[in-house]
Every structure is written in structure tokens, then in C-alpha cells.
Ligand binder design. Structure first.
Ligand SMILES: *Cc1c(COP(=O)(O)O)cnc(C)c1O
Length: 368
């Protein structure tokens, strides 16, 4: 590519709209708001592959390395570009954290005001800090995420705000690109795709992306979609709204998912499943992934890894990998970066006691 062409792509942000324009609802006159999102690593995990056995291959799609540290950026580039094209006055979202971090950053880049409605005291510190540093108007409500989304929907109808939650189809369109990237790399769709389920926008988007690519004959098959909710926030699993969802994994602390029907359709059309994992399993999987594969993710993201362990080990799993076909390919999306939500781990770090600054004491402390 010539230098001029490279610079012109960089001026477009070099992100998912640049690479997948023909699949997205943009035209030549859409102003592109991008931070170079997408093109995230698909990391092969040898130890997890061995755990599954039968020559299966496990990969994580590491969405934590997006510009604001979560997959939300893929959808936000499209949603904010379209809002700018429509000359919207302001953006608004309800959020458990990452949507607000992403909306705030893309709004700053677009030069648009952005209001984020959050459950007071329930947002991971890194995410709140992101919304703040990018200059969003932060409104903490005395309620949960589902209350926040209800208010945002009303404000979107009555006032001149563009809603950038996953009820906005432009968000889903942008998020499809994660499925495209996986198929482009593997030259085929995987056999299984595991991911955490909150509002289920991501499940909806991946399924749309896989189907669209198969329609264009970029792949010959579709994966079974397997979603994981936390035990205390499992409305899709129980097929019942959860009034007071509770889990350590704040990004999936959702009692009434916005994309419930679409997720149920994706699961049944793909012959997949929905299952639950406990907070303890989530935190164990988070540490396991960090200490065995070098990938640090936030708790909600670790639900897909906890889910994989459950599929391998538990008789009560909604989907069992005991009889998985040989050489199956499994992709787990890890949705957000671990540094966003450090509090649980920080508590352990703070237990560290200083050692006298003498070589023998340090050697003893190392244990060698
Ligand atoms: C938003 C989010 C989820 C949940 O995604 P949905 O599309 O709402 O199902 C999971 N993990 C992280 C880190 C998120 O930011």
C-alpha cells in the first residue's frame, strides 16, 4: 500500500469500519469515529486444549486489548459514527461499566456530549475512571442496571438523545466483526463458541456475523453457541426475569436482558446451550487463565472459561464435552481486560508485608 493510502486509512481510524465496511451500515458520507478497534488476538491455549482432549483446539478471542479494554468498542465505533452522521445532539447509555467507558471515549473523539446512567456503587473502579477521564456526564442512580436502561429508553424516546446500548442495531452490526475476524483467521467457523451472557448483545452479534459469513461462503459451517450466566443473574437460564441480580461479575449482573429473544434464537438455531457458573468458579477461572496462560481478564470474561471447565468436568453441564467430536475447534470470547476491575485481587495484594532490605531476608522470602 502506498504511504498516502496508509495515511488515509489511519485518518479513518484503521478500525473495524475500515476493514469490514461492506458489511456495515455506513456509506461514503458517514463520518468515521474510530480508535483502531478490533483485530484482537486469537490466542491458542495449549493447556486448555489438553484439558478438553481428543485433539481439540481451544482459542480465546482477547477483546480486552480493544482501545478502551472491551469488545464494546466494536459496536461503539459504528453507533457513534452513525449518530454523528444523523447530527444527533448527544449520546446516552445505561451501563454496568464498559459501555459507559467506550461511549465516553468515542463521544470525546466525535466531539459529542455523552451522558451515562449507572447503578450507584456498582461499577468497577477502572470503568468508572474511564467514563470520568473522557468527560462523560455521569449520573449514578439508586437502582440496578435494568432500572438504568428503562430510564434511558424513555429519555431516548422523549428527548434528543441517541441510545448507544446494545438495543441500538448499529452496536450489534459493529460487534459482528469479531465473528468475521475469527473466520478470516481460521478460514472456517469454529465448532463451538463460548461467551458470557449479560444483555446478550454479543451473542446476538456473533451469531449474526457467523450466519452472514456463511451466507457469503466464507465458511461452510456454523458454531454451536454456548452462553454462560452467573448463578445469581441467570434470567435466560431460568427463563424468568431476576429482580435483584447478584454476582461478582458486574458486567453480566443483568436481570432482564435487552436481547433476550435474539439470544434464545441463536442458542436454539445453533443447537447450543445456556448454562450457569458460580462466582467462585468465575474467580477461579480468572486466576487460572492469568497464571496458566498469561491472559488477564475481568470476572465477567472468565465466565466463558469457567463454562468451558464445566462443559469438560461436570455431569450437570447443559452442554457436555465428554463426547465432543475429535479435533473440534472451540473459541471462547474473553470480553474485557482484567485491569478494569482490580478490587477483589487488590485485597489479596494488600496483604503483602514488607521484608527488611537485606539479601538474606529477600532470599528467604523468595523461598529459594
Ligand atoms: C458488556 C459485557 C458483557 C456482556 O455482554 P452482553 O452483550 O451484554 O451479553 C460481558 N463481559 C464484559 C466485559 C462486558 O463489558
Amino acid at each position: 500500500m502506498s504511504m498516502n493510502a496508509t495515511i488515509s486509512r489511519l485518518k479513518q481510524g484503521g478500525g473495524v469500519i475500515d476493514r469490514y465496511r461492506e458489511f456495515l451500515p455506513v456509506s461514503d458520507s458517514t463520518p468515521i469515529v474510530s480508535l483502531g478497534e478490533g483485530n484482537t488476538p486469537l490466542v491458542y491455549l495449549a493447556k486448555l486444549s489438553a484439558r478438553v482432549g481428543r485433539g481439540c483446539e481451544v482459542f480465546v478471542k482477547n477483546e480486552g486489548v480493544n482501545p478502551t479494554g472491551s469488545f464494546k468498542d466494536r459496536g461503539m465505533t459504528v453507533a457513534v459514527s452513525k449518530a454523528l452522521e444523523r447530527k444527533a445532539r448527544a449520546l446516552i447509555c445505561a451501563s454496568t461499566g464498559n459501555t459507559s467507558a467506550s461511549a465516553a471515549a468515542y463521544a470525546a473523539r466525535a466531539g459529542m456530549p455523552c451522558a451515562v446512567i449507572l447503578p450507584a456503587g456498582k461499577i468497577a473502579s477502572g470503568k468508572l475512571l474511564q467514563a470520568f477521564v473522557h468527560g462523560a456526564k455521569i449520573i449514578a442512580i439508586d437502582g440496578n442496571f435494568d432500572d438504568a436502561l428503562r430510564i434511558v429508553r424513555e429519555l431516548g424516546e422523549r428527548d434528543d438523545f441517541v441510545i448507544v446500548n446494545s438495543i441500538n442495531p448499529d452496536r450489534i452490526a459493529g460487534q459482528k466483526t469479531a465473528a468475521f475476524e475469527i473466520v478470516d483467521l481460521l478460514n472456517e467457523a469454529p465448532d463451538f463458541h463460548l461467551l458470557p451472557l449479560g444483555n446478550a448483545g454479543n451473542m446476538t452479534a456473533y451469531w449474526a456475523g457467523y450466519r452472514e459469513y456463511r451466507g457469503r461462503e466464507r465458511s461452510t459451517k456454523l458454531p454451536a453457541m454456548i452462553g454462560f450466566q452467573a448463578v445469581g443473574a441467570a434470567p435466560i437460564y431460568h427463563n424468568k426475569v431476576v429482580e435483584k441480580p447478584e454476582t461478582i461479575a458486574s458486567a453480566i449482573r443483568i436481570g432482564n436482558p435487552a436481547n433476550w429473544k435474539q439470544a434464545t434464537a441463536a442458542i436454539s438455531e445453533s443447537i447450543g446451550a445456556v448454562d450457569v457458573v458460580s462466582d467462585e468458579e468465575i474467580l477461579d477461572a480468572q486466576i487460572w487463565l492469568a497464571q496458566n496462560e498469561g491472559v488477564f481478564v475481568e470476572p465477567a470474561s472468565a465466565a466463558s472459561i469457567a463454562g468451558l471447565f464445566k462443559c469438560c468436568d461436570s455431569k450437570s453441564a447443559a452442554y457436555s464435552f465428554q463426547e465432543i467430536p475429535d479435533a473440534s475447534r472451540i473459541v471462547c470470547t474473553v470480553t474485557g481486560h482484567g485491569l478494569k476491575d482490580p478490587d477483589v485481587i487488590l485485597r489479596r495484594v494488600e496483604e503483602l508485608k514488607p521484608v527488611t532490605a537485606k539479601i538474606d531476608n529477600v532470599r528467604r522470602a523468595i523461598g529459594s
